[in-house]
Structure formats: structure tokens, C-alpha cells
Design a protein around this ligand. Structure first.
Ligand code: SAM
Length: 244
């Protein structure tokens, strides 16, 4: 008898930001494959007899190859087990959930996807940043600052888009990204970097695009560029004080 797989989004960090549906599915699993960015507090919802397998993948660290993760998911499900794949944020936002879904489907396994709050929404929101505030933003663009092949988006076009830019995995390349954005963006545009968002270890720097530096940040961090940053609950301590 074939089992079932759940691709579960654990939310941006704080375990309380995981959905009820995610917690319930986790509680059904025989095996849980968990990403490094997932707060271990989320595992409180797993059964005490569930087998938990850590499959961390932080840049620069020892990681589990993607193909091996997919193989494990398929193998456990084919043995009739309920397998939960617990991923940070939302499983389909910069998370390789699409590849895992395809591998499971190809093996004929039933899959249920449980969305999660992606870091690019949850982290700014927790800081009081409304990413699509209609007075100042036409929308929001999620973009990665780090690609497998080193290719870059058209940063100048993104700068002109009138949307808030939310950059994932941008810490390491921020100096270059900032330089590209400044070709088409006012250096006074508010910008911030938020590390370990929604966790007790959260740190942030709020500045302008012209002055923001990612120095001293290791990630995981989100960079937000756009007028919406002015709405941040911490804004008075930086941007407004500078303007005064
Ligand atoms: C591989 S992507 C996974 C994104 C995830 N699937 C999501 O929907 O949030 C990892 C990146 O997400 C961002 N990220 C994840 N958790 C974060 C947090 N608590 N605070 C700030 N950024 C975070 C960082 O840019 C990090 O490098």
C-alpha cells in the first residue's frame, strides 16, 4: 500500500506562524524531513514516535543533495508511510517544492501541499511594513539575489516597476544589487534588511538604498526596497530622525 506525502510550509520563523492545517498534517506523519531554516519549535506538533530527518541546505554548509531528499520522500511513501516534508516559509517560494512535487507525482504518490507564510511577506509584515500599501506601491516583486547559474534579473527594470522589491538570499551580493538598482532608483528610497525575522534573534537595519549596507548580516535575511519601508514600526528610530 502506498502512503502519502505532505509538502508543508512552516512559515517564516516563529513556530506560531505555522498554520493549523500544517500542524495537523505534521501530527499525522510517520517520517518528517525538515529543512535547516525551520524552527525546531514546529516539531512540537509531530508525533513523539515520528522519525525526524534533518536535511539542511544553508549556502556554504554541508547539505543534503536535492535528488537524495526526493529519493527519501518517494521511498518512505512507497513503504506505505505518511511523509511530511517541512520547509521554511512557503514550500513553493524559492523552496524547490515544485521539484519535490514532481518527483512524488512521477512515482504515483498522493501529495497534499500545505501553503505557508513566506518570509518575504511575513517578515516585513511583522515589522509593520505593508508591502503593497496602495499610496506608495503598485505591487510587490519577490526576487532572489542568488541564482544557481549566477544570472541576474534586470535590476534597472525592477527599479522602475513601481513595486516594492523583496529580495531573498540577497545578503552576499547586496553591494552589487544595490549598485544596479541605483542606476534607476532614487538613493533616498527607503530600504531595510531583516535577519532572522519573527524570531527572538531578529536584527534589522533601516536606511535608504543609498546608505544601506549588508555588512555584519549573515542571513537568513530579507531585503525590502521601497517607500513602504517608511511604515515600519521602527522607522522613527532611523529614517524619520535623519529627515528631521
Ligand atoms: C531558500 S529560501 C526559502 C524561502 C522560503 N521557502 C520562504 O517561502 O520563505 C531562504 C531565504 O528565505 C529568506 N528567509 C527565510 N527565513 C527568513 C527569516 N526568518 N528572516 C529573514 N529572511 C528569511 C532568506 O532570504 C533566506 O536566504
Amino acid at each position: 500500500m502506498t502512503g502519502k506525502a505532505y509538502l508543508i510550509g512552516a512559515g517564516p520563523g516563529d513556530p506560531e506562524l505555522m498554520t493549523l492545517k500544517a500542524a495537523r498534517a505534521l501530527g499525522r506523519a510517520d517520517v518528517v524531513l525538515v529543512d535547516e531554516l525551520v524552527n525546531r519549535g514546529c516539531l512540537a506538533h509531530a508525533r513523539s514516535d515520528a522519525k525526524v530527518i534533518e536535511v539542511g541546505k544553508r549556502a556554504g554548509c554541508k547539505s543534503t543533495p536535492q535528488a537524495f531528499i526526493e529519493k527519501l520522500l518517494v521511498q518512505y511513501a512507497l513503504r506505505g508511510m505518511i511523509v511530511a516534508r517541512l520547509k521554511g516559509g512557503d514550500p513553493f517560494v524559492f523552496g524547490r517544492g515544485g521539484e519535490e512535487l514532481a518527483a512524488l507525482r512521477a512515482a504515483g504518490i498522493e501529495v497534499e501541499v500545505i501553503p505557508g507564510v513566506t518570509a518575504g511577506l511575513g517578515v516585513p509584515a511583522a515589522l509593520g511594513i505593508p508591502v503593497t500599501h496602495r499610496d506608495v506601491a503598485r505591487g510587490v516583486t519577490f526576487v532572489t539575489g542568488h541564482t544557481r547559474d549566477g544570472s541576474e534579473p534586470d535590476w534597472a527594470a525592477l527599479a522602475r516597476s513601481g513595486t516594492t522589491l523583496v529580495i531573498y538570499m540577497g545578503v552576499r551580493n547586496f553591494a552589487r544589487i544595490r549598485h544596479s538598482l541605483l542606476q534607476a532608483m532614487d538613493p533616498r528610497t527607503p530600504a531595510c534588511i531583516i535577519e532572522n525575522g519573527t524570531l527572538k534573534t531578529q536584527r534589522q537595519r533601516i536606511a535608504t538604498l543609498g546608505t544601506l549596507s549588508a555588512q555584519g548580516f549573515q542571513g537568513p535575511a530579507i531585503i525590502v526596497v521601497g517607500e513602504v519601508v517608511r511604515f515600519s514600526s521602527l522607522e522613527k528610530t532611523s529614517l524619520q530622525r535623519k529627515a528631521a
